[in-house]
Every structure is written in structure tokens, then in C-alpha cells.
Ligand binder design. Structure first.
Ligand SMILES: Nc1ncnc2c1ncn2[C@@H]1O[C@H](COP(=O)(O)OP(=O)(O)OP(=O)(O)O)[C@@H](O)[C@H]1O
Length: 651
């Protein structure tokens, strides 16, 4: 072949800088593009053989070799696939590959810049120029009598083509890495990128580092020399002995980067629990056991395969951060694409492979695409189905999983109406006795005591005093401690109009009081006295005091706050920065004093002793406050000081 020079069919001379800048955020995708081209070339050859249009010896080992030469600053992608003839290089590389780049450029010009193109598919071979100053192709087609071709392009729009020197069928692409490619000059970074994009590609991929190979060779030579020297010394000093049998050098068996047959492609009936767990550990590098999983496997009306795992939360404060990896025909596209995966499912961990996805389009297109929306609602329906069948067939385990999965299900209910409708009957509530109940079950059990009212605690420790009282009175409350629970409660109140949720410290039901008409007058009198005393002692002129006979005389005082006031306060704290007046939000609490309690009776009996009354009032108030919410630092130090003072009196 004559050396042929040409000009690539790109109309803008400035395409390179634009593409480099545009793709800077994930300029590692060139590895994915070149490895996918190489695996495609092998897949195509296999297909041709199955059609009788190509041939190769039985047992041929197919692979993609990625070779990094740190010194020469080159990265090679070598395959033993279909190869290309000179004509094909002209057609596929000079025209087609670069037309993808042209397309890209026109999209770039149209777009606002924020409208990122997912995965940048369609850029293909051209993406090599994101990191290389010069790209070479050495290729030999599988076709009988084909001549090898050598193609070179130095990063501009000019290329040259000449006879190549490749002797085996396939293609070798060499990237001469430039300044923009220097991140890929370490074996570690190339391996990481291969693992990211190519973990499930269908042909085995091997990585070789020339530097590492050389070092290994040097070590081997050095060890052999040392051994020989040692042997020579021994020979000189001793009588000739039988040479020892040489120890075998450990043989390095190269290990493929990828798993060519990922578990999600198998039929669910053929997968074992051990395989599901192993796949989870390996793919997400999470060594906690997943709780359970859902294997998505459908061919119609679209092709979708994958596994979604429900991860175990370490503790209540673990961040809910999932990871859903999206693949297109075993090629990694991106993590957590919320246009395709319903947002609440992004809290799970999983892989989803959808070969039918239109990925070379913008995100806003995906958002409005009916097909993509169908995929998304199919996935969420599958998840709801799985949860329902688990509830029906394995209620015990479902209950056990509940602590881990409930924030996720609640988030789903808030985000997705259809999902809520499907799971609403299997939402559980854990009560203060450790039992799991559905809402109708809780309401039914407590119908006589407080119809349509759900008492809950948001913090078991902080509200332990109230929980104790509930237990003493044989009452029940449910635990709703997670941040998601507040919006979830509002959601449930909207859905179940009659039902009201009240925090455990909001109100004292009549069940806890000793209602006796004959003491009403005495209570009223005491209330006036105690309110005055407490207001004066605490310097809180607005304090509301209520005096009741509680069934138990052990508790001196508790703070109660109407549910509405508490929600207003919480909202105020959340949106305080939006100009709401915090001062006005405070308060609303009522100090409830137990008329039966010894301390309260003592205060009443010794009201003339101003100092003593002050000390008692302050301490009783703080004790009630402590079980309602944490004391601020100043109040806390006063409380500690006063407690010491009281103890000293006992000495
Ligand atoms: N390693 C290879 N072996 C054989 N042919 C190849 C190889 N690499 C690229 N080609 C040919 O060049 C063409 C263009 O490649 P390019 O990566 O630009 O686009 P593509 O693979 O067709 O599509 P995509 O944009 O989705 O990657 C391929 O379709 C293929 O015919």
C-alpha cells in the first residue's frame, strides 16, 4: 500500500480542545470505548463463524489485552477479533468514527452545557484523543488475503495510512498519552478504570504493566544470580554433592479483570443464595450481608436484567446511601441515574442492565421519555411485589428486616404514590414493647383507650420517662425515631384522615390521671399557688402550670407540649433561617405537677421558705425538662451545681 494521507471529515478545526474540555469530568471513558470496540470485534467474529462466514481453530482463546508502557507513555488495546481491511479503516475510522464526533460537536453547540450527555455514547474511537497526542492502529482483517494496515493520526484532522506489520488477526490500538493522559500512566489508575467500566464485559480483559513486568524479571534474574553465587561458594568449599532439585518458580497465572458472565444474566432459578451474596460483596465492596435481593429478569416488553439488594444499615445513624450501577449490554454507563431508576430506589445497592436504553441522548430527554418512565415504574412495581410476597410468605423475617428497610419504604411512599398504594398494608410500626404491628392492628388494640390516635416516641432515650409511664399504665406507643418519620407521619395523616399521631409527651390521657371530682377545688387552689411559686423561682412569667393527681405518686413533674406546637417548633428550627421569628416559636410547654407527689406537696407546705422553695422549684422543673429535651449548656451546668448543693445538705 502507498502511504496515503487524508483529512478527516470534520468541519471544525477546533473540535479537539472543545471535546477535551467538555469531557474533562470523566475523561476516563476512552478506556470503556476502546475496550468495548475490542470486545465487539471479538463478538462479531464469533457471530460470523456461527454463520459460516469466518473460521478459526476450535479452542481459540479470545481476550482483550491492555498494555501500559509507563516509560514509552503508551497504552495499547489489543484484540484478536475481526480486524479491519484498509477499506474498512477508511469507512469506519475515517468516516464513521469521526461522524460520531461531529454529531457530538453539534449537540455541544446546541446544548446549554448543563444538559450532560449520559455516557457520551456515540463518541467511540474518537474519545482516544481526549488523552492521546497521537493514536496508531495496527490491524489485520480476518478475511482471506487481507493485508495489514497501519493508521496514524497526530491529534489534528490529518491522518496517514500505510502497510502495517501485524501478523495475527485483530487490532492493536496504541495511544501515545499526552499531558491530558498523564493520569493513566500508572497501573493502578488503568486498573481502577477497567474495573469501573468493564467489570462485566463479555470477553476476558487482561492488564499488563511493562514496568511491573520488568521489575518482576529483574527480581527473577537477581534471585537466580544469588542462587548461582551461593551454589558456587558451596562448590568451592565442599566436596561435589548431588545437585539439589531446583525449586519451581511460582507461576503467575494472569487473572482477567472482569467477570464475563455476571450473575444477573443468569436465570433466577439457577442462582444460589451464596452466589447472590458473593456477587454483592464483590460488586459493592461491602462485607456486610445484604438483607435480601430482587432479581430483575425480563425480555418483554423491554429487555431488563439486574439485581437489587437491600443493604443492612450499620446503625440508625448510618447514612442511607445506595448505589445503583447502570449497564448497557454489560458496559457500565453510570451510577445512580435517577431518570431511569426511581429516586427512592437509589438508596438500595444494585446493578441494572438495559440494552434497549437510548443512552446517547441528553438527561432532559430521558426524563420525558415514555419508555424510560416505563422502565422506572416497572422496577418500582417489582420491588413492591417482592416486599408483599416476603410479608406474606416470611412474615417473621420481614419483621426482622423492618428496622433496616423502613426508612427506604417510607421514602418510597413519600415519593411515589403508586408504590405507596402497593405497600400501604405492609407498613409496620415497632412498639415500645418490641412488637411489630400494622396501623390497623395498633388502632384496633388501642381502640378503647384512645381511638384513632397513635402515640409515638421519636427518641427512646430522651423520652424514657414517658415510655415508663406508658408502660405503667399498660399503654402502647410506637417508635418513629428516623428523620424520615416526621414527613412520613404527615403523609399518613393526609392519607388516613381520621388518624392522628401524637408524640408521647404531648398530652396526658385521662388514663394516667386519677380523676376525682371531690379534689377539683383543692387542685385549683394548689395550681394558683404553685404557678406563682414556679414563675417567681424560674423567672418565667409566661410559664403554664397544671396540677393533676397522677395515678402514680413517683413522678413529680413532666413537661407536656401540644403536638401542633411541637411541630411548629420543629419547623421553626428547620426553616428558621427563612426569617421566621424564633422567639415566638419557643414555649407552648406546660409544666404538669403531680399533686400526689411528695416533693410537690413539700413545696406547697413550705412556700414561706423562699430560698427552699426556689431550690425545689428549679430542681423539679429541670428534672421534668431533662426527660423532655436536652438542657442547654447553661441550664445543664446550673442543674449540676444545684444537684451537688442538694447532696451536700444530706451530708
Ligand atoms: N478494535 C476494533 N476492531 C475492529 N473494528 C473496530 C475496532 N475499533 C473500532 N472498529 C470499527 O470502527 C467503528 C467505529 O468505532 P466507534 O467506536 O467510533 O463507533 P461504534 O463502536 O460504531 O459506536 P459507539 O459510538 O457506540 O462506540 C466500529 O463500528 C468498528 O466497525
Amino acid at each position: 500500500m502507498q502511504v496515503e494521507k487524508g483529512s478527516l471529515s470534520i468541519h471544525s478545526e477546533n473540535i479537539f480542545p472543545i471535546i477535551k474540555k467538555w469531557l474533562y469530568s470523566d475523561h476516563d471513558i476512552f478506556i470503556r470505548e476502546l475496550v468495548s470496540n475490542a470486545t465487539d470485534a471479538i463478538t462479531k467474529l464469533k457471530k460470523l463463524k456461527s454463520l459460516g462466514e469466518a473460521d478459526y481453530p476450535e479452542g481459540t482463546a479470545f481476550s482483550v489485552q491492555v498494555v501500559l508502557d509507563e516509560e514509552a507513555k503508551t497504552l495499547k488495546f489489543i484484540d484478536n477479533g475481526i480486524g479491519m481491511t484498509g477499506e474498512e479503516v477508511k469507512k469506519y475510522i475515517n468516516q464513521i468514527a469521526f461522524s460520531g464526533a461531529e454529531d457530538f460537536l453539534s449537540k455541544y453547540k446546541e446544548g446549554s452545557g448543563e444538559d450532560q450527555i449520559i455516557g457520551h455514547f456515540g463518541l467511540g474511537f474518537y474519545s482516544a484523543f481526549m488523552v492521546a497526542d497521537k493514536v496508531e492502529i495496527q490491524t489485520l482483517s480476518f478475511q482471506e488475503g487481507a493485508a495489514p494496515v497501519h493508521w496514524v493520526c497526530e491529534g489534528g484532522t490529518e491522518f496517514s495510512m500505510a502497510d502495517g506489520d501485524r501478523t495475527g488477526r485483530g487490532t492493536e490500538i496504541t495511544l501515545h498519552l499526552g499531558e491530558d493522559g498523564k493520569d493513566f500512566l500508572t497501573e493502578w489508575s488503568v486498573r481502577k478504570t477497567l474495573e469501573k467500566y468493564c467489570s462485566f464485559m463479555p470477553v476476558e480483559i487482561y492488564l499488563t504493566s511493562i514496568r511491573a513486568e520488568k521489575e518482576k524479571e529483574e527480581r527473577r534474574v537477581k534471585a537466580a544470580a544469588e542462587k548461582a553465587e551461593q551454589a558456587a561458594k558451596e562448590d568451592a568449599g565442599a566436596e561435589a554433592v548431588e545437585p539439589e532439585i531446583q525449586e519451581m518458580e511460582p507461576v503467575d497465572i494472569p487473572k482477567a479483570i472482569n467477570d464475563t458472565k455476571p450473575l444477573y444474566l443468569k436465570k433466577p432459578s439457577e442462582c444460589t443464595d451464596e452466589e447472590y451474596r458473593a456477587f454483592y460483596h464483590k460488586t459493592f465492596v461491602d462485607f456486610k450481608e445484604p438483607l435480601f435481593w430482587i432479581h430483575l429478569n425480563m425480555d418483554y416488553p423491554f429487555n431488563l436484567k439486574g439485581i437489587l439488594y437491600f443493604p443492612k444499615l450499620g446503625n440508625q445513624f448510618d447514612t442511607l446511601e445506595g448505589q445503583i450501577k447502570l449497564y448497557n449490554s454489560q458496559v457500565f454507563i453510570a451510577d445512580n441515574i435517577k431518570e431511569v431508576i426511581p429516586e427512592f430506589l437509589l438508596l438500595l445497592k444494585g446493578v441494572v442492565d438495559c440494552p434497549d436504553l437510548p443512552l446517547n441522548v441528553s438527561r432532559s430527554f430521558l426524563q420525558n421519555d415514555g419508555f424510560v418512565q416505563k422502565i422506572s415504574s416497572h422496577i418500582s412495581k417489582k420491588v413492591a411485589d417482592k416486599l408483599n410476597s416476603l410479608y406474606k410468605t416470611d412474615k417473621e423475617n420481614y419483621g426482622k428486616f423492618w428496622d433496616d428497610i423502613n426508612p427506604f419504604i417510607k421514602f418510597g411512599c413519600l415519593k411515589d404514590e403508586k408504590f405507596y398504594e402497593k405497600v400501604k398494608d405492609i407498613i409496620l410500626y415497632k412498639d415500645i414493647y418490641g412488637k411489630y404491628l400494622t396501623l390497623p392492628e395498633y388502632l384496633e388494640e388501642n381502640r378503647e383507650k384512645h381511638a384513632d390516635k397513635v402515640f409515638f416516641t421519636s427518641d427512646e432515650q430522651q423520652q424514657s420517662q414517658y415510655i415508663k409511664m406508658f408502660k405503667e399504665h399498660d399503654m402502647d406507643a410506637v417508635l418513629l425515631p428516623h428523620a424520615i418519620d416526621q414527613p412520613f407521619i404527615s403523609h399518613m395523616e393526609m392519607k388516613e384522615e381520621k388518624v392522628k399521631f401524637s408524640r408521647i409527651d404531648t398530652d396526658l390521657t385521662d388514663l394516667m390521671k386519677d380523676v376525682d371530682e371531690s379534689t377539683a377545688e383543692a387542685l385549683k387552689e394548689s395550681q394558683e399557688v404553685l404557678e406563682k411559686l414556679f414563675r417567681a423561682a424560674l423567672g418565667k412569667e409566661q410559664l403554664t402550670v397544671q396540677v393533676e393527681n397522677l395515678k402514680s405518686d413517683k413522678t413529680s413533674a413532666i413537661v407536656i407540649l401540644p403536638e401542633e406546637s411541637r411541630r411548629m417548633q420543629e419547623m421553626g428550627a428547620m426553616y428558621g433561617f427563612m426569617g421566621m421569628d424564633f422567639g415566638q416559636m419557643q414555649g407552648g410547654e406546660t409544666l404538669l405537677l403531680n399533686h400526689k407527689n411528695k416533693l410537690v406537696r413539700h413545696i406547697l407546705a413550705h412556700q414561706e421558705d423562699a430560698d427552699g422553695a426556689k431550690l425545689f422549684c428549679e430542681q423539679v422543673y429541670d428534672l421534668a425538662m431533662i426527660s423532655h429535651k436536652p438542657l442547654d449548656p447553661e441550664a445543664m451546668s446550673r442543674f449540676i451545681e444545684r444537684s451537688n448543693q442538694i447532696l451536700e445538705k444530706l451530708v
